[in-house]
Design a protein around this ligand. Structure first.
Ligand code: E4P
Length: 217
């Protein structure tokens, strides 16, 4: 399973990249706004800065909601860097736009996916990635990981090449469960990635080894 980081914060992207296990980045307009990125030029520059750090897939989301607008915006985003993946919402014009980008050799990430039916449509349109939002599914009293498992199963049975990108990750257990059910990618906040490190027995064991090392001859 690939690890993407789900942030527009350059320090966090650098920190995750320095771990040596980072395979890409996802952003969305909320994450960009959180970093205070405003105006078209600043947004495009910020995506370029992210691409220069990771040199791996970086999802950049369109904010148009009509076919022509998404295509125009997506072309500008894709021109920033070869690693840009155009992120398109799961709406009717979004499906048309994904098909257009697929036909024109531009990678896409279909976002705001909450059902297997939506995931089938995204795959039919040729999306490179499909992003089911599992934390938000959990918030509505369904099991988000079950959705990942069902989509992974459908894609496998049907031979779809679209990669299942588990999004809206809230904790380290989400990452483990997504790996178990066959997600191709998990996009995670830095805190959830670092959460995988934690185990009290590791801390206790290391403290004991270091204490005993002082007694070594
Ligand atoms: C990533 O592609 C999504 O935009 C993101 O994971 C959404 O996460 P949230 O539900 O925590 O906002």
């Amino acid at each position: 399973m690939k690890f993407f980081i789900d942030t527009a914060n350059l320090d966090q992207i650098r920190e995750a990249n320095d771990l040596g296990i980072l395979d890409g980045v996802t952003t969305n307009p909320s994450l960009m706004a959180k970093e205070g990125i405003k105006g078209t030029d600043a947004v495009l520059k910020h995506y370029k800065d992210i691409c220069d750090i990771v040199k791996a897939p970086v999802s950049a989301e369109v904010i148009s909601t009509d076919f022509a607008g998404m295509v125009e915006e997506g072309k500008k985003l894709a021109a920033i860097d070869p690693h840009i993946v155009v992120k398109i919402p799961m709406i009717k014009d979004g499906i048309k736009a994904i098909k257009w980008f697929t036909d024109n050799g531009i990678k896409t990430n279909c976002t705001l996916v909450f059902s297997s039916g939506q995931a089938i449509l995204a795959a039919k349109a040729g999306a490179t990635y499909v992003s089911p939002f599992i934390g938000r599914v959990d918030d509505s009293n369904w099991d988000g990981v079950d959705l990942i498992a069902q989509i992974a199963q459908i894609y496998s049975v049907q031979g779809f090449e679209t990669q299942v990108l588990a999004a809206s990750i809230r904790n380290a257990l989400h990452i483990v469960r997504c790996a178990e059910v066959g997600a191709d990618v998990c996009t995670c906040p830095l805190s959830s990635i670092l959460g995988l490190l934690k185990h009290p027995l590791t801390d206790l064991g290391l403290a004991q080894f270091l204490a005993d090392a002082k007694n070594m001859g």
